[in-house]
Design a protein. Structure first.
Lengths: 416, 94
C-alpha cells in the first residue's frame, strides 16, 4: 500500500477500514542468503538497501526485542555532516544526502526537518578550529558557514552571549543539519524492507554462530538454527557480546549515554544548538519538548539507564549557555547503550571469519549515520567491496596505525 | 553509585574518573612485547555484560587508584580494592 494524501482522504471517507499492518510477522525460514543480526536503525536500513539497491531479497533481520527498542528510539534525533577528517566527512555527507531524499524514497513520513545546527565556540582558537572544519566540510560538498557574534545574537537572543568566562565568539552553522522523527525511521525502513520480501523476525535472540573451518554457515537463535550464506552483525551496544560468540574481541567498550526532554513549550529554539565550552546539545521537538543531552556516564554499562551526577552535569551545561532553560521542568530522561570505540569512529568491515561481517562502534554518531551505514553495509555484503565513503572504517585500522580520531584523545573510549 | 573506598569509606562515584578495564595493570614490556601483544593491550577489550573489574582514580579525593569490581548490567559495586595491592599481588610492583 502506498501512502499519499489521496489515500488518507479515501480512508477517511470509508471509515479507515483499508489500512494494513505495516510489516508482516513471519516465522523464520531454515535458510537465507543474508541474515542481519539486530533490528535497529542500521540493521533495518541495511536490509532495505540490500533489497532495493542490490537486489538481495532473500534476507532476514533478527531482532532480540521489538523493532526500535534500542538506540534508534533513544537518541536525540540530530542529523548533520560537520566532521573534519577524510575518513568521516564524506561518509556523513553521503548520509545527509540520503536523509534529504529518504521520505520520498521509502514513502514514509519520517519528519526530516532541516532546521540547521549551530555549534557555538567560545575562544579564538576554537573559532580557528571551526573555520578549518567548515573548509573540510565544504570540500566534501557539504554546506558550512562560520558566523560572528552579531549574527548569533540575532538568531538566538536568549543565549548567554556575554558570559565572563565563556563569551560566544562565533559558531559553525550548517543549515542542512536538523532533526528527524527517530521511531519513524525504524518503521519506514522496516516497511520498505518487508515490502521487498525481507523477513523481519522480532523476539528472536541470536545465541551463537555455526562456524566450521573458518567459515560462518549460520546462526543459532531462540527460534532454532538458521542457515545463511552471509551473516551480518549489526547489534550496536551489544556488539562485543555478539562478536564473543565468534571468539572475537573488539576495540569497543559499551557505555551508557543519557538523553532528556523537558515539558512541552511553545516554539523557542529554531534548530539544534551545541555548547562549545561544556558538553550540551539541545533542540526542540515538534511536540514542543526541549530534547537535550551531554556526556556519557563514563563507566562500562549495559544497563539502559544512567546515574544522577551526569544529569546534574548536563543541566549545568544547559544553564551555562541558555539560562532560560532553568524555567522548564524536566519531563523524562532515559539511557541508551553504545559501542564506544577506541578512536571514536565506527567499523563496517569483514571479519577474520569468512561470511561473517561487522557493523559496530558508532559511539555518539549512530543515528545520523543510519541511511549511509545501511547503504554502505549493504554494499559490502552484496559486493564484498567497501563502499567508497566507508573504506576507512576498517576493523584492523589500529594495527595499521590508521585511526580516525576526530577528537584526538587516543585509545580511551570514554573520552570520545 | 557509591564506591566503598578501602581507606576513606563510602564515596560518591562523581569524585572519580574511570580509566577502563583493570587488565590495563598488566602492561606488556614495551621493549620486548610482540606488536600483536601491544595492540591487544592498547586497543582490544573483553567488554563483558556482567562482572567487570575496572580502574577508578579518586581524582577529587586522595588520588589513589582503585580496582572496582562492578556489574555492568546493574551498576552494583561488588568489591573495591586498592590498585596498589592488586598490582603487588600480581608481581607488578617493586
Amino acid at each position: 500500500m502506498r501512502y499519499s494524501a489521496l489515500r488518507i482522504l479515501k480512508e477517511g471517507l470509508t471509515g479507515n477500514r483499508g489500512w494494513e499492518p505495516v510489516w508482516r510477522e513471519p516465522e523464520p525460514r531454515p535458510e537465507y542468503d543474508i541474515v542481519i543480526i539486530g533490528g535497529g536503525g542500521h540493521g533495518l536500513s541495511t536490509a532495505y538497501y540490500l533489497a532495493k539497491e542490490f537486489g538481495e531479497r532473500n534476507v532476514a533481520v533478527l531482532e532480540k526485542g521489538w523493532l526500535g527498542s534500542g538506540n534508534v528510539g533513544r537518541n536525540t534525533t540530530i542529523i548533520r555532516s560537520n566532521y573534519l577528517l577524510e575518513g568521516n566527512q564524506p561518509f556523513y555527507e553521503f548520509s545527509l544526502k540520503l536523509w534529504e531524499g529518504l521520505e520520498q524514497d521509502f514513502n514514509y513520513n519520517a519528519m526530516v526537518s532541516q532546521r540547521g545546527i549551530l555549534n557555538l565556540c567560545h575562544s579564538d582558537p576554537q573559532r580557528d578550529a571551526f573555520v578549518r572544519r567548515a573548509n573540510a566540510m565544504r570540500l566534501s560538498g557539504a554546506d558550512a558557514m562560520v558566523l560572528g557574534p552579531d549574527e548569533i545574537r540575532k538568531m538566538c537572543p536568549y543565549l548567554d552571549h556575554e558570559n565572563a568566562r565563556f563569551p560566544i565568539t562565533g559558531a559553525l552553522w550548517q543549515p542542512r543539519g536538523g532533526t528527524v522523527r527517530h521511531d519513524a525511521v525504524a518503521w519506514g525502513y522496516a516497511r520498505g524492507a518487508d515490502k521487498r520480501g525481507v523477513d523481519i523476525i522480532q523476539n528472536c535472540e541470536v545465541t551463537g554462530f555455526d562456524i566450521k573451518n573458518g567459515r560462518c554457515l549460520g546462526v543459532e537463535t531462540a527460534k532454532g538454527p538458521i542457515k545463511a550464506r552471509k551473516v551480518a552483525m549489526c547489534a550496536a551496544g551489544s556488539s562485543s557480546r555478539v562478536a564473543a560468540f565468534a571468539s572475537m574481541r573488539l576495540p569497543i567498550e559499551s557505555h551508557v549515554l543519557q538523553a532528556f526532554v523537558s515539558e512541552g513549550l511553545k516554539p523557542v529554539l529554531p534548530g539544534v544548538i551545541t555548547f562549545g565550552a561544556g558538553h550540551f546539545y539541545v533542540s526542540q521537538s515538534d511536540k514542543g519538548g526541549l530534547v537535550f543531552g551531554g556526556d556519557i556516564d563514563g563507566y562500562n554499562s549495559y544497563a539502559q539507564r544512567g546515574n544522577l551526577p551526569v544529569v546534574e552535569d548536563v543541566c549545568e551545561g544547559g544553564m551555562a549557555i541558555m539560562p532560560m532553560i532553568g524555567r522548564a521542568r524536566l519531563l523524562r530522561m532515559w539511557g541508551g547503550v553504545m559501542d564506544m570505540s577506541m578512536d571514536g569512529s565506527p567499523f563496517i568491515d569483514k571479519t577474520h571469519v569468512e561470511g561473517l561481517y561487522l557493523n559496530a562502534g558508532w559511539c555518539y554518531g549512530g543515528f545520523k549515520a543510519t541511511p549511509a551505514s545501511g547503504y554502505c553495509y549493504a554494499h559490502l555484503l552484496a559486493t564484498d567491496q567497501p563502499h567508497e565513503t566507508a573504506r576507512f572504517f576498517r576493523l584492523d585500522r589500529f594495527r595499521q596505525g590508521a585511526m580516525i580520531d576526530e577528537k584526538g584523545v587516543g585509545a580511551q573510549p570514554n573520552l570520545h | 553509585m557509591i564506591i566503598n573506598h578501602p581507606l576513606l569509606g563510602p564515596r560518591d562515584a562523581a569524585e572519580f574518573v574511570v580509566l577502563g578495564d583493570a587488565c590495563l595493570i598488566d602492561r606488556p614490556d614495551g621493549m620486548n612485547a610482540a606488536s600483536e601483544e601491544m595492540h591487544d593491550y592498547a586497543y582490544v577489550r573483553d567488554n563483558p555484560a556482567g562482572e567487570h573489574r575496572e580502574l577508578w582514580y579518586h581524582e577529587q579525593g586522595d588520588r589513589s587508584w582503585l580496582v572496582v569490581t562492578r556489574s555492568t548490567l546493574t551498576h552494583d559495586v561488588i568489591k573495591v580494592e586498592l590498585a596498589r595491592d592488586v598490582a603487588r599481588a600480581r608481581g607488578r610492583s617493586r
